[in-house]
Design a protein around this ligand. Structure first.
Ligand code: NAG
Ligand code: NAG
Length: 412
């Protein structure tokens, strides 16, 4: 989408700087590993190197020695290094399509809270939309050779990619989506929702709404759709569920962003270990600022209210009736305590309301010493494999599982 325009401004010198910076990061990481060992004693070399690279790419441009390839207009630095670092991805199982704009119904709009009027305006001005999307399906039986989508009487996963609402795309996520399709044996649909700073919230929520409508129009019933997302994508999945309040098949949330205030102890505790920079609304580089405010605008008291809004911070949401949900998080994540609070509240709300008979419909799986969205990092470790196996058995168990029970999921 608009990101392509930025790429055109990337010069050869910026590319050289990008590659050089990565060589420096790798060398420093390797030297430190050889001299002092890994940061967490359970990490192998590949885990340490992956963590160092991802952390470097997530740093605020102002804190990077190679800030010169930042686009000064948008503070965007990913077109240069993001594309260079794209995980290996193949189009072999991917079928591209586009998603048009769909009208928002009044019932959903009424649930949108403080976003209702903006959401209506965005729907109104998006009529020409052609959102890029892909269906990724790895199946031995159903070779992906025809023009049709997979049989919609079966289940499908709607995936919301992460990237703090400022980066990320279906293309960058293709290998993760492929892996998800492989372990779940389901088609995975993913879409390029519009990003900040070009598009402010709730544009992303509207785009997600259209993706869901599109799956319904393809023939999938609500009960056959699994929402899945990582980080900000998990946030978007939870926001869309709040907007729609439908009875989905399930949700899969990998390190979902459920709060933006960075106040719980794990933010301090794992600040030097995890791969993220904490959110800080005051910084012009902050992703949450780009999401909520047009470029150049100063935060107001309204902005601070938005930080507490249940769509932006689902930890404040009414989670009654949430679908069967598997949440995975690493124990060396800054978001760990946010995610734990969210799971605890979701469980408590649903037990208190008598929907679940003492059995939690939200299950948390924690992975020792793992950082933010480690499932997507190029680790190849046993612990990462275990996370993917759990995802596979969770989704496969849904066939026979009734809503709000999790008999099939593997405890970690
Ligand atoms: C939460 O939502 C449910 C309906 O889904 C409603 O019955 C309940 O009153 C709400 N709880 C609060 C505290 O608003
Ligand atoms: C679901 O049920 C079918 C037949 O009733 C059975 O073959 C299959 O193993 C079950 N799957 C799970 C995950 O329990």
């Amino acid at each position: 989408m608009d990101k392509d325009m930025l790429t055109q401004t990337t010069t050869a010198a910026q590319w050289f700087a990008a590659i050089a910076s990565l060589v420096v990061v790798c060398s420093v990481s390797t030297t430190r590993y050889l001299l002092f060992g890994p940061l967490m004693s359970s990490w192998d070399y590949q885990t340490q190197l992956s963590r160092d690279l991802i952390r470097y790419l997530n740093k605020e441009p102002s804190e990077q020695p190679f800030w010169m390839f930042v686009n000064s207009a948008s503070h965007e630095y990913w077109p240069a290094i993001g594309r260079f670092l794209q995980w290996p991805s193949t189009t072999q199982h991917a079928r591209p399509f586009t998603i048009p704009a769909y009208p928002l119904d009044d019932v959903s709009l009424a649930r949108a809270g403080i976003w209702a009027s903006k959401l209506a305006n965005i729907a109104h001005s998006s009529v020409e939309m052609h959102m890029y999307a892909e269906c990724i399906f790895v199946s031995s039986e159903q070779a992906f050779t025809t023009d049709s989508h997979p049989k919609p009487q079966d289940k499908a996963i709607l995936y919301f990619h992460g990237g703090a609402y400022v980066v990320g795309s279906v293309e960058q996520y293709r290998s993760i989506l492929t892996r998800l399709s492989k372990v779940s044996e389901l088609p995975v649909y993913a879409f390029n929702y519009r990003l900040a700073p070009e598009s402010q919230y709730p544009t992303q929520l509207y785009d997600a709404f259209c993706a869901f409508r599109h799956l319904r129009i393809l023939g999938y019933t609500e009960q056959n759709i699994v929402f899945a997302g990582d980080s900000a994508g998990g946030n978007l999945a939870l926001a869309l569920w709040q907007l729609l309040h439908v009875e989905l098949s399930a949700m899969l949330l990998l390190s979902p962003r459920v709060d933006v205030t960075s106040i719980r102890p794990s933010w301090k505790q794992f600040y030097e270990i995890d791969v993220l920079d904490p959110y800080d609304i005051a910084s012009p580089y902050s992703s949450i600022r780009k999401l909520l405010l047009p470029p150049g605008a100063e935060p107001t008291s309204d902005t601070l209210d938005m930080l507490e809004d249940p769509f932006i911070a689902p930890v404040h949401a009414n989670l009654t009736g949430i679908p069967t949900t598997l949440v995975q998080v690493g124990t060396a994540e800054m978001m760990l305590d946010d995610v734990r609070d969210f799971v605890q509240q979701a469980s408590a709300q649903n037990i208190n309301d008598g929907i679940s008979s003492g059995m939690s419909c939200v299950q948390l799986q924690t992975f020792p010493d793992m950082f933010h969205v480690f499932q997507a990092a190029p680790l190849g470790t046993r612990i990462q494999q275990r996370a993917w196996e759990s995802i596979g058995s969770f989704i496969k168990s849904l066939d026979n599982a009734t809503q709000h029970s999790l008999h099939g999921a593997l405890p970690i």
